[in-house]
Design a protein around this ligand. Structure first.
Ligand code: AHG
Ligand code: MN
Ligand code: MN
Length: 341
């Protein structure tokens, strides 16, 4: 007998089920990849637990940088860095990792098996916002290894973003979200804390083709090129159709600014300037995974001249300018940067 469908209970699409059903579409899947994503979602919950305590550290008597168990209280970005590493090091999914917080590659401890994937992550993005209770997040990027076996190498990590097999981010905001793509749409899950599960809340996110919001640190205006300055001037002019200029929104946590851009449309920019020719954001930990997400939702990401995902990285911590968001808005930005407008 089939259970009669009722209108009161909808399909429970947990993150885990979504990952498993996605893997079933690939008959050759070994489960390694599903295991990797599942381990990441656990890491996310562990980081979230700590993030929610951010303002309580002093009140709960954990001063002098010691917590109740006598351990040293770590800065949240260091805590997130270690937590993600430890959640991911032993599952046999990965051959190597790289994190924004560490200068060199992070190798899998010798007593654990090596897998066929590479994980690159920004453990806590927007960390300067923690004390103000503003949304922050973690960003991740997954590649398939290039070397045949054993310990992963720099060659496995330094692949262009177009070769990512998955990417996503976790948002620590008014609720906690896990947003990911494996190249088949972008899907967002919200944590239901009462049951400890991520539930599908944003299926197949599509970014508007053109938006009406721009997001950038305009404090840097005087350092920008005349082309970039003209682009911003254009955004402030009244649009013929809407009769209004673009609105400005800047949180200062890239992951949150991009999430809003993904849902509402528009453009986020971190251009190069006189002081920092490649801007501030890092290709491997920030720009590549977010470009993968935004492209899979129908948007675009550019360094002002070329597609972010086509850049061949030269080093782990390299920076590139970033123009990301609605397709039309990114192409208008490119025209300005190129001096065509
Ligand atoms: P992180 O916290 O990982 O070091 O990243 C900070 C980044 C990014 O999140 C944010 O958008 C950007 O720095 C803000 O830079 P400005 O302060 O120059 O605007
Ligand atoms: Mn960051
Ligand atoms: Mn960071």
């Amino acid at each position: 007998m089939e259970y009669p469908r009722t209108a009161t209970v909808s399909k429970f699409m947990t993150l885990e089920r979504h990952i498993v059903e996605g893997a079933r579409a690939h008959p050759d899947a070994t489960g390694e990849f599903s295991g990797l994503l599942h381990a990441l979602s656990l890491a996310a919950k562990l980081v979230w637990r700590e993030v929610t305590k951010a303002g309580l550290v002093n009140i709960l008597g954990t001063t002098n940088h010691k917590n109740v168990s006598g351990d040293e209280v770590k800065k949240l970005d260091e805590f997130a860095d270690e937590t993600i590493f430890k959640a991911m090091d032993h599952g046999g999914h990965l051959c190597v990792m790289a994190s924004e917080e560490n200068e060199d590659l992070l190798h899998i401890p010798a007593n654990y098996p090596y897998g066929k994937y590479v994980l690159i992550y920004d453990p806590l993005d927007g960390s300067g916002n923690i004390d103000a209770n503003v949304t922050i997040g973690s960003i991740f990027s997954v590649h398939r290894r290039l070397t045949a076996s054993g310990k992963g190498t720099m060659e496995d990590v330094l692949q262009p973003g177009c070769r990512q097999v998955a990417a996503g981010y976790i948002l620590f905001g008014s609720s906690m979200m896990f947003v990911y793509s494996t190249g088949h749409g972008v899907h967002g899950f919200t944590l239901d804390a009462t049951v400890g599960e991520f539930l599908l809340s944003h299926q197949n996110i599509q970014i508007p083709k053109k938006g009406s919001i721009y997001s950038m640190n305009e404090g840097n205006f005087n350092r920008w090129s005349p082309e970039m300055q003209r682009f911003v001037q254009y955004l402030k002019e009244e649009d013929k159709e809407s009769g209004r200029p673009y609105s400005a929104r800047y949180i200062g946590s890239l992951v949150a600014d991009v999430h809003r851009t993904l849902l509402y449309g528009g453009i986020y920019c971190y251009p190069g300037d006189k002081k920092n020719t490649n801007g501030k954001l890092r290709l491997m930990y920030e720009n590549n995974p977010l470009a993968y997400i935004v492209e899979n939702a129908g948007g675009a990401a550019s360094d002002g001249r070329k597609r972010i995902l086509d850049i061949q990285p030269g080093s782990l911590h390299q920076r590139t300018p970033l123009f990301i968001g609605s397709r039309d808005d990114v192409s208008i930005a490119e025209e300005f940067i190129d001096g065509k407008r």
